[in-house]
Design a protein around this ligand. Structure first.
Ligand SMILES: Nc1ncnc2c1ncn2[C@@H]1O[C@H](COP(=O)(O)OP(=O)(O)O)[C@@H](O)[C@H]1O
Ligand SMILES: [Mg+2]
Length: 311
């Protein structure tokens, strides 16, 4: 049995500006015990999917099942088997990290002793020991987020939804989270994690889906995605080429009054030779995986928020 199955899942939000098609007939299957990633920019539809899958939001159409149970028809059974780190969730300001973990586990039916020993373990693993008795309102945003992640991972629930769990964390804290997530999966949980950090999806997930505009653009391993978008070199021509001439070599886009093509190393020599024959200047530089990936999702860096993780 699959852990999650979505069929033709659609969600339209009605707003004063019109209808937003946040999910458009999404099909998705996540196997039991998988660590699955949703990778996509802001507004791609990741949170909408998680809200529907966890029973917090009704789809416009389509079906969704968790462990073979229809989420809409079995809200209580589903709720007992899942735990969620919501996007931009807030802790209880007067409770400490230890209280968050222990009280949440108690509410979910754990004994006092087991809640305490699980809290000990999670506080240690998430680097929260020095803050375990500090009220959450006195903690930085990153530490508040770590508290929420610790609380939810502590449940070891069968299905864990982690919506941008490392948002606002420094690289060290992110790695700590990755480690605990990996361990939780080893112990049998299935995890759906959303992120807009490409490196996070690459490091952490076995399989991932790239989502953009409510559509699944890609589903497969991070490794296969990388080879799909592998473009190592960027060549900029001040003029002298048409886009159509360059398209066979890779992704072409206008830049600084000329054209840039992102291509593989093996095509560079040929392109520079043609350019020299035509007496055209050419600028050669490296391409990062993020840039190549951005081209795959078909938007420019400038459209993203300043300092966004895609930049
Ligand atoms: N409550 C809402 N009302 C109207 N539009 C919404 C609402 N929530 C999300 N949207 C829109 O739906 C799209 C998908 O949003 P979301 O699922 O939050 O994406 P992501 O989590 O990938 O950033 C976006 O265009 C967003 O603006
Ligand atoms: Mg989101």
């Amino acid at each position: 049995m699959e852990a999650l199955t979505a069929r033709a899942l659609s969600k339209n939000y009605r707003t004063r500006q019109g209808t937003v098609n946040a999910l458009d007939r999404v099909d998705m299957t996540i196997g039991k015990g998988q660590l699955f990633g949703f990778l996509g920019r802001n507004g791609a539809g990741k949170t909408t999917f998680i809200k529907i899958a966890s029973g917090l939001l009704l789809p416009t159409s389509g079906t969704i099942q968790l462990f073979g149970l229809d989420v809409l028809g079995h809200p209580r059974e589903v709720r007992e088997r899942i735990a969620i780190v919501p996007q931009e969730g807030k802790p209880f300001y007067h409770l400490t990290p230890r209280e968050h973990i222990e009280e949440y586990l108690r509410v979910r039916g754990a004994s006092a002793e087991s809640a305490k020993s699980t809290a000990d373990e999670l506080l240690e693993a998430m680097g929260l020991v020095p803050y375990s008795h500090t009220p959450a309102m006195l903690l930085s945003g990153g530490l508040q987020q770590r508290t929420l992640v610790a609380m939810v991972l502590a449940t070891g629930a069968e299905f864990l939804f982690l919506d941008e769990p490392t948002l606002g964390m420094d690289p060290f804290a992110r790695r700590q989270v990755w480690e605990v997530v990996r361990r939780t999966v080893k112990r049998g949980s299935t995890v759906l994690l959303t992120t807009h950090y490409l490196d996070e999806a690459e490091q952490l997930t076995e399989e991932l889906a790239v989502i953009e505009g409510g559509h699944v653009l890609y589903k497969g391993t991070a490794e296969a995605l990388k080879s799909k978008v592998r473009r190592e070199v960027r060549l900029h021509f001040a003029g002298g080429f048409t886009a159509r001439e360059l398209e066979p070599y890779g992704e072409v886009y206008p830049e600084r009054g000329g054209l840039t093509v992102m291509t593989t190393r093996s095509r560079v020599e040929e392109l520079t030779r043609v350019a020299l024959e035509r007496r055209i200047g050419v600028n050669v530089g490296p391409v990062t995986l993020e840039e190549a990936f951005l081209t795959l999702v078909g938007r420019s860096i400038e459209e993203d928020e300043p300092g966004g993780a895609w930049a």
